[in-house]
Design a binder for this molecule. Structure first.
Ligand code: C2O
Ligand code: CU
Ligand code: CU
Length: 478
C-alpha cells in the first residue's frame, strides 16, 4: 500500500511538472501518466474521492495556448482505481460556468448514481454519488453526459480512466504496476485552429461524420515517447475521441496480445496485429518488448476509419531487463449467457438519414427506432432480473453510410453474433460498447439485475448522441 502512495505522489508531481505537451520535433515529450486519484478514506474497504470539473488551459502546440476543461487539472482527469466490493463515495464539484454531469461509463450501479443526463450538476454545485463496486476487474472510464453537451465537454478535456481490481487481477501473472509496466493510454484526435483553440463542430458534416482531427494526443500530449525496458508492458487503451474509429497497430506490424475488453479480462489472450476500437471502447493489450534490442524504437500508429493516419507515440527501448514470463493461457472464465434465458427480444434501428422524405433534416437524421432523445420519455421498460436480447441494426440507405457505436448503461453485455456470425475472439468477453458498421445487425445479451433506475442507450459517436441518437430505458421491479 505504501508503495502505491509513493507512486501516486511521484506521478502527481510528474503530471504537474511537464509544462508543454507538444514539441516542434515529434517524440521529444514524455508520455504523461495521469496520477492515481487519492483516496481520502484510510479504510481499505471504502473510498472517498474528489473530482472537480474546471476550466484551464494548456500548451499543446508550441507557441499557442488552448482553452481546456479538466478534472482536478487542466486537461483529462486522474485515474480512479478501486477494488471489487469497495464502497465508493465521490464528491464531484462543478466549477465550470455551465451544467455538466459525470457518468461512470461501464459501471454497474443504480440509475441515480449513473451520472447520465438526468443527474445534472449546476455551476458551483456538488454531486455526491456513492455505490459499491459489484463487477470484475476492468478498465472503465468517466466523462460528462450533459444533454447535448457531452461531445464538447469530452473534446475540451473531461475524461479519465476508472480502473477496477479484484482477486483475479491481483493473482494473474501480468504487468500490474501502474505507470511502470501498466500504462494508461487515452488516444484522441483533435482539430486545432492556428491560434491553438480546439475546432469542435463547425458545420453539419461534423455532426454527421464526426469531428475528425488533424493532430493526435496520447494522454493529452502531442506525439510523446515512452522509454520501455525489454519486458512485457500492459496498456489500458481508451479510444477517448468523440467519434473516431481507430485501427491501432505497431508500425513494424509486430503482434501483441489483447487481454481485456470493455468489461474485463477475456478468457484467454488474443494475438492481434491490429486492434479496432470505436469511440468509447477500451482494450487492455500487452506488448512484449523483449523482442527488441536496446536502442530500437517502434511507433504506435492509428488509422482512423475515414482514412487519416496518425503516429500516436514512440516506444523507445531504453533498458535491458530479462522477462521470461509467459502470458497466462487462461485469464478468467466467462459463462456465456444462454439465449434460452432471454425473456424478451428488443430491436433497435439506428438510422442516419431519416425516412428519405425530409432527407437529413435536423428532426429526422440520426435516430434510434425513428426517434430522437427526449428526456421526458422512457423508451423501454425492462423488468429487474430479466435477461434480454437486444438486436441492433445500422440501417443504411447508401446516401450517408456511417458506422455507429452502440453503448448501453447499467450492464455489461455479451455479443451473440454480428450479421449472424460469431464475434471475433477479442469481442467474446464483456462489452459495454460495440461498433455497428453499416448494414449490420449485432445481437447482444445482458442480464438486467441488481439495480433499478433510468439509464441511457445511445450511439457513442458523441456528435450523434448530442444530436439525439439516444434513448432511455427504465429497469423496474416487476
Ligand atoms: Cu460513455 Cu452514455 O456514455
Ligand atoms: Cu456509459
Ligand atoms: Cu452514430
Amino acid at each position: 500500500m505504501k508503495r502505491d502512495v509513493f507512486l501516486a505522489i511521484l506521478l502527481l508531481v510528474g503530471w504537474q511538472v511537464f509544462g508543454q505537451y507538444g514539441a516542434e520535433v515529434p517524440f521529444t515529450v514524455p508520455l504523461p501518466i495521469p496520477p492515481l486519484l487519492e483516496d481520502l478514506n484510510p479504510d481499505p474497504d471504502r473510498a472517498q474521492l474528489e473530482l472537480i470539473a474546471r476550466p484551464g488551459s494548456r500548451v499543446f502546440l508550441p507557441g499557442t495556448r488552448t482553452q481546456t476543461y479538466g478534472y482536478n487539472g487542466d486537461y483529462l482527469g486522474p485515474t480512479i482505481k478501486v477494488r471489487r466490493d469497495e464502497e465508493v463515495s465521490i464528491k464531484v464539484s462543478n466549477q465550470l460556468d455551465e451544467v455538466t454531469t459525470v457518468h461512470w461509463h461501464g459501471l454497474h450501479i443504480p440509475g441515480e448514481m449513473d451520472g447520465g443526463p438526468r443527474q445534472v450538476i449546476r455551476p458551483q454545485e456538488v454531486w455526491n454519488p456513492h455505490f459499491t463496486i459489484n463487477q470484475p476487474a476492468a478498465t472503465l472510464w468517466y466523462h460528462p453526459h450533459a444533454l447535448g453537451r457531452a461531445g464538447e465537454h469530452v473534446y475540451r478535456g473531461l475524461a479519465g480512466l476508472f480502473i477496477i481490481e479484484d482477486e483475479i487481477s491481483d493473482e494473474l501473472d501480468i504487468p500490474k504496476t501502474y505507470g511502470v509496466d501498466d500504462i494508461p493510454l487515452i488516444i484522441q484526435d483533435k482539430r486545432f485552429h492556428r491560434d491553438g483553440s480546439f475546432g469542435y463542430i463547425e458545420g453539419r458534416p461534423d455532426i454527421m461524420h464526426g469531428v475528425i482531427g488533424d493532430t493526435v494526443l496520447a494522454n493529452g500530449a502531442v506525439q510523446p515517447f515512452l522509454n520501455v525496458a525489454t519486458i512485457k508492458i500492459r496498456f489500458r487503451v481508451l479510444n477517448g475521441s468523440t467519434s473516431s474509429i481507430y485501427r491501432l497497430f505497431l508500425a513494424d506490424r509486430r503482434p501483441f496480445h489483447q487481454i481485456a475488453s470493455d468489461g474485463g479480462f477475456l478468457e484467454e489472450p488474443v494475438k492481434l496485429r491490429s486492434l479496432l476500437l470505436s469511440a468509447g471502447e477500451r482494450a487492455e493489450i500487452v506488448v512484449d518488448f523483449s523482442a527488441y534490442n536496446v536502442g530500437d524504437s517502434v511507433i504506435l500508429k492509428v488509422v482512423e476509419a475515414q482514412g487519416k493516419s496518425f503516429e500516436v507515440m514512440n516506444f523507445v527501448v531504453a533498458e535491458q531487463q530479462s522477462d521470461r514470463s509467459e502470458l497466462p493461457p487462461q485469464l478468467t472464465t466467462i459463462e456465456p449467457i444462454p439465449e434460452t434465458q432471454a425473456a424478451k427480444i428488443r430491436r433497435f434501428v439506428l438510422d442516419t438519414t431519416g425516412d428519405g422524405r425530409q432527407l437529413m433534416s435536423a428532426e429526422n437524421r440520426l435516430t434510434i427506432n425513428g426517434k430522437k432523445m427526449n428526456i421526458d420519455r422512457i423508451d423501454e421498460t425492462v423488468r429487474l432480473g430479466d435477461t434480454e436480447i437486444w438486436e441492433i441494426t445500422n440501417r443504411s440507405r447508401g446516401i450517408v453510410d456511417l458506422p455507429h457505436s452502440f453503448h448501453l448503461h447499467d450492464v455489461q453485455f455479451q455479443i451473440l453474433d454480428i450479421n449472424g456470425q460469431r464475434p471475433p475472439r477479442n469481442q467474446r468477453g464483456w462489452k459495454d460498447t460495440v461498433m455497428i458498421p453499416t448494414d449490420t445487425t449485432v445481437r447482444i445479451i445482458a442480464v438486467f439485475e441488481d439495480y433499478t433506475g433510468i439509464y441511457m442507450y445511445h450511439c457513442h459517436l458523441l456528435e450523434h448522441e448530442d444530436d439525439g441518437m439516444m434513448g432511455q430505458f427504465e429497469v423496474r421491479v416487476p
